[in-house]
Design a protein around this ligand. Structure first.
Ligand code: NAD
Length: 354
């Protein structure tokens, strides 16, 4: 196994690994460890070049620094990628080599699941390094993050309602969710239990139909859901759904959902603001999963009650983001970045000798 460093300005450590025997070609990016070791998922994609993989891993690692800083997980930001086709190139040897690669960093980087990586893959990684999170609950790990992501979104949405309507109450509010999978499906049920009128849509119409029947929700056709009037629109399916095409069609007071990278471009936060639509930055509201994972790294091990109490602080983080946005007259996206930078600066201050 050969590893080599790649010098990248603004990143603490970026490392490449090539292992002929297993076919592993992977990168790990550690963006910032001011607030703790760098945690971020491992993804596997058939990138066309190492440059493309590098661009992806750098962007994602930096995103994790900001996400963890706002969520106060006590972690820094990092990410890793395996270059290769997940349909044909996965093998136990590949993931064991990845485990040895992660182990070379001695805990500076901690991995988790991400795109095209499942628990069985991480179990192979775990045979070579202990710096793996998000394994099964039976193994003492924190388990499936989706219910915790859903809980954080539902708690966070209260801050959104309060900002828009002066009250965090769900009664009398209409929430439209696009995507009722692992996270969105749970959110829909929780929101209904809390008294909201819940409208759902999904490209998988059967899934939306079954859920609506079981829980007395209203299913709307996915193809023209944007024209449906609601108080909060929750993108819970995929990224980039907030863009030049969709923003003029939105009929809501706020956008707040679990999907990652909802804005096609950063400027779309300003376009929402110009339309008077409040945007809950995705990485702030959907941090429940990472907060839960972070809880397993505590000295005493994973404790669900502790994790839930930290997840509920997403409400406070969003209140703070909205307050910065108002007082600085900037978009909520920029306000979230400012909050992250404030927390990083405080961390650097606490570390530097007085
Ligand atoms: P999932 O795959 O379980 O669910 C996604 C749902 O969206 C599915 O029901 C799917 O049919 C639907 N969908 C996909 N494409 C669609 C489209 N074009 N139009 C309408 N519906 C569509 O995924 P998930 O784990 O619920 O995650 C949802 C989003 O939240 C993703 O963007 C994910 O990255 C993000 N997220 C998830 C977690 C987590 O803990 N699972 C944490 C943070 C962020």
């Amino acid at each position: 196994m050969e590893t080599s460093e790649i010098q990248v300005d603004g990143y603490e450590k970026v490392v490449r690994c090539r292992d002929q025997r297993s076919g592993l070609h992977a990168l790990i990016a550690v963006h910032d460890t001011t607030l703790g070791p760098a945690l971020g998922g491992l993804r596997m994609l058939p990138y066309v070049s190492e440059d493309e993989a590098l661009f992806d891993v750098l962007r994602l690692a930096k995103g994790m620094t900001y996400k963890s800083a706002v969520a106060e997980t006590g972690l820094g930001g990092g990410k890793s990628v395996i270059l290769g086709d997940p349909a044909t190139m996965k093998s136990p040897a590949l993931f064991r080599a990845m485990g040895r690669f992660i182990e070379t960093l001695g805990g500076l980087y901690i991995t988790a699941e991400d795109m095209n990586i499942g628990i069985p893959d991480l179990e192979e990684v775990r045979k070579e390094t202990r710096w793996v999170t998000g394994l099964s609950r039976e193994s003492g790990s924190s388990g499936n993050p989706s219910p915790y992501t859903a809980r954080g979104c539902v708690e966070g949405m209260r801050a959104v309602l309060e900002e828009c309507f002066g009250s965090p109450a769900y009664e009398g509010r209409t929430i439209l969710l696009q995507g009722v999978g692992a996270v969105g499906g749970r959110m829909a049920v929780m929101l209904k239990e809390r008294g909201a009128e819940v409208l759902i849509c999904d490209i998988d119409e059967r899934r939306a139909g079954e859920l609506s029947e079981q829980h007395d929700l209203v299913a709307v056709p996915d193809c023209d859901h944007l024209g449906v009037q609601c108080d909060v629109y929750a993108p819970c399916a995929r990224g980039a759904t907030i863009n030049d095409d969709t923003i003029p069609r939105l009929r809501c007071a706020a956008v707040a959902g679990c999907a990652n990278n909802q804005l096609l471009e950063p400027g779309h936060a300003d376009r929402l603001r110009e339309r008077g639509i409040l945007y809950a930055p995705d990485y702030v509201i959907n941090a429940g999963g990472i907060i839960n994972v972070a809880a397993e790294l505590r000295p005493g091990g994973y404790d669900e009650a502790y994790a839930l109490q930290r997840i509920d602080r997403i409400y406070d983080n969003l209140k703070r983001v909205f307050q910065i946005s108002r007082s600085e007259d900037i978009s909520t996206r920029d306000a979230a970045a400012r909050l992250a930078e404030q927390r990083l600066a405080a961390g650097r201050g606490a570390k530097s000798p007085s």
